[in-house]
Ligand binder design. Sequence first.
Ligand SMILES: Cc1cc2nc3c(=O)[nH]c(=O)nc-3n(C[C@H](O)[C@H](O)[C@H](O)COP(=O)(O)OP(=O)(O)OC[C@H]3O[C@@H](n4cnc5c(N)ncnc54)[C@H](O)[C@@H]3O)c2cc1C
Length: 217
Amino acid sequence: MPWNELEVGLKAEPNCIMIKRDFSALAKESYDLIIVGGGIIGTGIARDAAMRGIKTLLLEKEDFAYGTTSRSSRLIHGGLRYLRQLELGLVRQDMREREVLLHIAPHLVHPLPFIIPIARPMDHLALPMGMLLYDIISFDKSLPSCHRLSRRETLDREPGLESKGLAGSYLYYDCQAPFVERLCIENVLSATQHGALVLNHAEVIGLLRSGNGVCGE
Ligand SMILES: Cc1cc2nc3c(=O)[nH]c(=O)nc-3n(C[C@H](O)[C@H](O)[C@H](O)COP(=O)(O)OP(=O)(O)OC[C@H]3O[C@@H](n4cnc5c(N)ncnc54)[C@H](O)[C@@H]3O)c2cc1C
């Protein structure tokens, strides 16, 4: 069977989702939205758009999640770091998106505890204020609130920390998607299920234009 006619899926499963590598559909069909790149952003957009009834095509030149997506720290952070720049809207948006992911992909997105040591004089003021602000902005989060640990509790949890000057720490939770490639694949499957055409190993080398539209790639 030629590689472009391969079907991916378990045929024995009655409800399994089939990804048909139907290159001929590219010439026959027209699309409302063409996404170039099958990383976490492209596959997420494809899923979202297809679920809204937008006729969607996604083209990825390598395999899904081949790019930056597979080389990241895989954190789904709730925007704590944007507090420093006082980007409060962005903190709230990140936190909401983290909640969405926790809700739709609880098997792939897991809480991850972080400890921020209180060691410098400025930490005594900046950290409690920052943590309080973060908890207020993320008041409806499902993860535990920030929590102050004593010096002893901190060292019990993290014995490798430099103890000199350590006054304690703050414990807070973010999330991580250790298998982010799988998150991409599940986006692809869901997009396909909702009618999108998604093709990997399909590089876009240019756009053929006709009037105001794109008629080929
Ligand atoms: C070290 C590191 C840590 C990070 N940590 C975090 C983090 O904790 N939290 C966070 O939210 N973000 C983090 N990021 C950023 C995050 O990884 C990126 O923002 C995200 O992965 C970008 O996804 P993307 O889908 O836009 O890009 P990519 O994953 O790079 O996808 C782009 C895709 O487009 C394809 N492509 C390119 N040209 C073509 C073409 N002509 N035709 C077809 N396909 C094409 C590529 O093959 C690639 O697969 C981190 C990034 C790095 C490097």
